[in-house]
Design a protein around this ligand. Structure first.
Ligand code: MN
Length: 330
């Protein structure tokens, strides 16, 4: 039986969140009485129930964007637990807080907009971080798209982000990183981490080369780059990072259009806040879905092929949306 379950996001700031929380609030229980579950927001409700069924008396959610499904499960069985804690920095979670708070007495919710979840934790949980923890909070901010304050922060953010990027579902590796942190070991010099980082860095450099070579500048406003389905597979896990990197390299808006199984995915990074809007227009015209942040967003289009989507995007960026209506497959 496990005493406490920590459910955290399987990404850079999720790992750092789990480290900070366990170190400052559950140190005596680690490792034998805590089970850490890495998850994604869309399946956090399943992992919450897993912890519940395994007999946990306390469940902590970190960096998990709340969903209707998760909130429903929490409300259904939450009163049987001794304590539930939710700490999250995603704006989309705000609408659910009242609902949970009004039904359950044993829940503690800290939900505010912040660059990263660790940043929110430092600000709201009365943690006084040591210098290394301060560095990790800065790293989490950078992993979540923030500006870096030093070369040290940039490097460590790069190491964590890239070492997990190739296999974002490898939760054993995330647990490995968490253990390194808990034991106070240096991540950058760890052999397992370094090997993953180097491999990812090499593949990323190939991706940047391929993306640069086939990028077409459109009126000096935006570069559009395309990848076929096999290319997408080769570079899986690094496509978002690569698009961000390319936008930085060229100081230009970048649109990556790539083939995936039965769909085309569009990844947009813009220097100002128009990525989400752009993806909204693309998704609307192409009958797809879109989501993300103002400056980093994506759209998924199941009904069109690579060329049709590229044509559609050229139309959208040139403002000639109407011209493309006739081209659409119905
Ligand atoms: Mn996260």
């Amino acid at each position: 039986m496990v005493g406490s379950v920590v459910v955290t996001h399987g990404d850079c700031d999720g790992i750092i969140s789990a480290y900070l929380y366990i170190k400052h609030f559950m140190k005596d229980m680690w490792p034998s009485n805590i089970s850490v579950i890495f998850t994604q927001p869309w399946r956090a409700n399943l992992d919450f129930m897993r912890g519940y069924r395994e007999g946990a008396d306390e469940i902590v959610f970190l960096d998990i964007a709340l969903s209707k499904e998760l909130v429903n499960e929490i409300i259904k069985v939450g009163s049987n637990l001794r304590k539930i804690t939710i700490v999250d920095h995603h704006v989309s979670s705000l609408e659910f807080i009242k609902q949970v708070d009004s039904v359950l007495k044993n829940v503690k919710i800290i939900c505010e907009k912040a660059q990263s979840c660790p940043r929110l934790m430092i600000n709201s949980l009365k943690i006084s971080p040591n210098p290394y923890e301060k560095l990790l909070v800065d790293v989490a901010d950078v992993c979540e798209g923030g500006e870096s304050s030093s070369a040290e922060v940039t490097k460590l953010a790069d190491v964590i982000k890239l070492s997990i990027a190739r296999d974002p579902g490898d939760y054993d590796f995330m647990n490995y990183l968490l253990t390194l942190l808990m034991k106070g070991k240096d991540m950058e010099s760890d052999d397992v981490v370094r090997k993953r980082y180097k491999t990812a860095k090499f593949i990323l450099s190939r991706l940047l080369k391929v993306m640069s070579e086939n990028a077409i500048s459109y009126r000096n406003l935006v570069k559009i780059s395309t990848l076929s389905l096999p290319e997408s597979r080769i570079f899986a896990g690094l496509l978002g990072v690569g698009t961000t990197e390319l936008a930085r390299m060229y100081k230009s808006d970048i649109i990556l259009v790539r083939g995936e199984e039965n769909k085309v995915v569009v990844t947009v990074r813009t220097l100002d806040d128009k990525a989400l809007k752009l993806c909204g227009s693309i998704a609307k015209l192409g009958r797809g879905r879109f989501g993300g942040h103002a400056e980093a967003a994506s759209a998924t289009l199941p009904e069109l092929n690579l060329q049709e989507v590229t044509d559609l995007i050229v139309g959208v960026v040139s403002g000639g949306e109407d011209i493309l209506q006739g081209k659409r497959k119905t």
